[in-house]
Design a protein around this ligand. Structure first.
Ligand SMILES: *Cc1c(COP(=O)(O)O)cnc(C)c1O
Length: 368
């Protein structure tokens, strides 16, 4: 039986039905949306650790609690905030979208980002017909606060990815505080802390005590090893969260997700997450050393997070990795298409990266 979709005039959409900003959109190509075949996945900054969760068997005929209190309390305890300062979302990505939908007027407002950075800020702005003020990481890291805030202009939201994906760069808490202070009457400073568990002492959460315009985005997709669950949190004061709650979908968190998230935030699971972070950070140092010693690599970005971003001498090396079933994330950075981001996998997976690196230079260095 053929499943071809018939083409006919009655199946055509009326011209002009689709808004121009949507017609012009190029969908976010996430690491998983590209159809790649491979055996070793080091392209999406996922954790290599898996853990079994059992459902506690709650009835699914009822709608869930829109914001499951036990989970909200557990996350508030984990970050040292009050439950009123925590909103649970479908991943940090939904937090980004909620902020844009709540605070930006379509075709009028803008957001500021510091490129190269996480791709979803642009996708979300484009989708909602909100303008993008693209500033540079260099400005954020080296520029002084006056210069940064002048260039932010009248952007309503300023996204600071900290540590930054894909460069790993960190901005100090003091600088974030100074930016927030300068922008108190014009913008929210949104600190995306998707990777903060890999350098927890750098968190901007403590700034919430002093600034009404600071927002922190968190996720369980990276260090907590739950990318498949789709759980994130938006942390802010009630002045920010009250309007956000009005825009939030009626039942964003399913009963099943709330159940597993509650287990993931148990004291023992948080302790085990922290042990895994220590192991991944150690493996990362080892990978960084290999890369720095490799003649096939021209630059290695030193930074935080469960990934390393590097520039290859020859971008064909990526195709060679694919042939070996090794999937990493290629990037065009600073106008050059020979960059690669490698997520920190387990010891065996990183051994495959080492073997690939050695094959590029014909080296047979010892595996250390
Ligand atoms: C992975 C990632 C996210 C997305 O997190 P989800 O909770 O899986 O939606 C957000 N921000 C950054 C910088 C990320 O790298």
């Amino acid at each position: 039986m053929s499943t071809d979709v018939k083409q006919s005039d009655t199946l055509r959409l009326p011209p002009g039905l689709l808004p121009k900003n949507i017609a012009d959109l190029s969908a976010y190509s996430s690491a998983k949306s590209e159809k790649l075949s491979g055996s070793t996945w080091l392209n999406a900054n996922e954790s290599p650790y898996t853990r079994e969760y059992k459902l506690s068997g709650q009835a699914l005929n009822r709608y869930p609690d829109p914001q499951p209190q036990q989970v909200i309390q557990a996350y508030a305890d984990y970050v040292g905030l009050a439950p009123e300062q925590v909103v649970m979302t479908r991943g940090a990505d939904e937090g980004i979208e909620l902020l844009v939908r709540t605070f930006c007027q379509s075709a009028k407002d803008s957001i500021a980002i510091f490129a190269p950075t996480y791709g979803m800020y642009k996708v979300t702005a484009d989708t909602h017909n909100v303008a993008l003020n693209t500033l540079s990481q260099e400005l954020l890291l080296q520029g002084d606060v006056d210069e940064i805030c002048t260039q932010v202009g009248d952007a309503k939201l300023v996204f600071i990815c900290n540590p930054n994906n894909p460069t790993g760069a960190l901005v100090s808490q003091d600088k974030i505080a100074a930016i927030a202070a300068r922008l108190t009457s014009s913008a929210l400073v949104v600190v995306d802390e998707a990777y903060i568990e890999f350098c927890p002492e750098q968190s901007a959460v403590s700034l919430l005590a002093d600034y009404a315009n600071v927002v922190v985005l968190r996720t369980l997709s990276k260090a907590f090893a739950l990318a498949g669950l789709r759980t994130g949190f938006t942390l802010a004061n009630t002045q920010v969260l009250a309007p956000l709650r009005k825009v939030l979908a009626p039942y964003p968190v399913s009963t099943v997700v709330a159940d597993i998230t509650a287990q993931a935030l148990s004291t023992s699971n948080i302790a085990s997450m922290r042990r895994q972070v220590d192991i991944l950070n150690a493996l990362k140092s080892r990978l960084q050393q290999w890369l720095e010693q490799s003649d096939a690599v021209t630059r290695v970005l030193k930074g935080k997070g469960n990934f390393v971003t590097l520039q290859l001498k020859d971008k064909n090396a990526i195709a060679i990795a694919y042939q070996q079933g090794l999937v990493m994330r290629p990037f065009t950075l600073y106008g050059q298409d020979n960059w690669l981001r490698i997520s920190i996998g387990n010891e065996q997976e990183l051994g495959e990266v080492k073997a690939w690196l050695d094959s590029l230079t014909g080296s047979t260095a010892t595996n250390q």
